[in-house]
Design a protein around this ligand. Structure first.
Ligand code: PMP
Length: 280
């Protein structure tokens, strides 16, 4: 495992972040997480483009080009010698006296860690995860992958203390996304998910799943749906870079069938995409 801070590779446990770093004083920055299978980054271009989109949205000038960032990721991966890894990239607005307005001139700082991928227990993949729903109390720009994750942290903790694996945000009953995942339902063979508006993160895994679905002839509806629709779904699953396509076995008090033809099909197709990367 290895890290990078402000122009150099450092030990993963190195203490290098200055007191007046805006990432920890204001959460003033953005991030990405990229999964690595068999030493090969998965959908790296898509993640880097989303990083650029987040940077533009907060008027942050990236300290490196996307190409340089890609090369740093690849160099870090090689130095780490890891095969099953997660690359965490963070760009903060830099180090400055603690004042809210932007530093002048701009001095963004690039941070990266490359660590072993989190392992999802096999029984979760087979049996599915339990989720609870909770009111979405976040801001209106959740399409930005911002470092400000306090509502997500609170929601995930609420899930944990209630014996669940994930919390799903709803806005006045409209189902948006999970605290670190996108949410899909299947009803009568049709796949439903909240549209890619500013109120949710436009998950890379979400867009992969939508593409796989349309390639397979599964009808897709990107329209808001409410909690009752979620409870009455035939199948529910959540997606993210680290969870991939994860079945849901229970939402609040409602249990779901373990017969999930559409979810299983998408898991199988997602695995095929991974296999393409793994075998190069
Ligand atoms: N929504 C939120 C709020 C997230 O934090 C994440 C994880 N980054 C996702 C959705 C899933 O996005 P992705 O598939 O790009 O990992």
């Amino acid at each position: 495992e290895i890290a990078f801070y402000n122009d150099s590779f450092v030990d993963i446990n190195a203490k290098v972040v200055p007191i007046q770093e805006r990432a920890h004083q204001f959460g003033d920055g953005i991030y990405e997480v990229i999964r690595v299978y068999n030493g090969r980054p998965f959908y790296m271009d898509e993640h880097l483009h989303r990083l650029q989109k987040s940077a533009e949205a907060i008027e942050l000038q990236l300290p490196y080009t996307l190409n340089q960032i890609e090369n740093l990721c690849l160099e870090g991966l090689e130095r780490s010698t890891l095969k099953e890894a997660e690359i965490y990239i963070q760009i903060s607005r830099g180090i400055y006296t603690r004042q809210h307005h932007f530093p002048e001139p701009s001095c963004a700082v690039f941070t990266m860690t490359i660590k072993n991928a989190r392992v999802i227990p096999e029984n979760k993949r087979v049996n599915g995860m339990k989720v609870l729903t909770t009111e979405d109390d976040r801001w209106k720009n959740c399409y930005i992958k911002s470092l400000n994750l306090l509502p997500n942290v609170m929601a995930k903790q609420k899930a944990k203390v209630n014996g669940c694996d994930e919390a799903v945000f709803h806005d006045d009953g409209i189902v948006k996304e999970g605290s670190s995942t996108n949410v899909f339902t299947v009803k009568n063979g049709i796949l439903h998910t909240y549209p890619a508006l500013n109120g949710i993160l436009h998950g890379i895994t979400r867009s992969i799943v939508l593409k796989l679905a349309s390639e397979t002839g599964i009808e897709v509806v990107e329209e808001p749906f409410n909690l009752d629709f979620l409870y009455e779904a035939d199948e529910v699953f959540i997606t993210s870079t680290s969870m991939e396509v994860m079945p849901v076995s229970q939402v609040d008090e409602i249990e779901f069938s373990t017969v999930r033809p559409v979810t299983d099909k998408l898991i199988e197709q997602f695995q095929a995409l991974k296999d393409d990367v793994i075998t190069g």
